[in-house]
Unconditional design. Sequence first.
Length: 86
Amino acid sequence: MIRLLLWGLLLYFGYRIVMSLTQPRTSRTAPPTNRENVTTTHKDPVCGMYVSEEDAVVGNHNGQRLYFCSRTCLDKYKENLDHTQT
């Protein structure tokens, strides 16, 4: 019985070795990314959440564009600016 098991294992490993030698080599690296589909993200200065330019609420301060996750964060930012300037 053990001989039969050993012969089965030898046949299996022999089969795997032959198949690995005859199969074409394929690369296992990730496919190249398409740079056109890459979106730029920005960190919301109020809550710290990252948001894409397409989904962001845009505000300006001193000529600098700021990206917010929601209108609420933009309002909190403006409110904080009002308190610090007075």
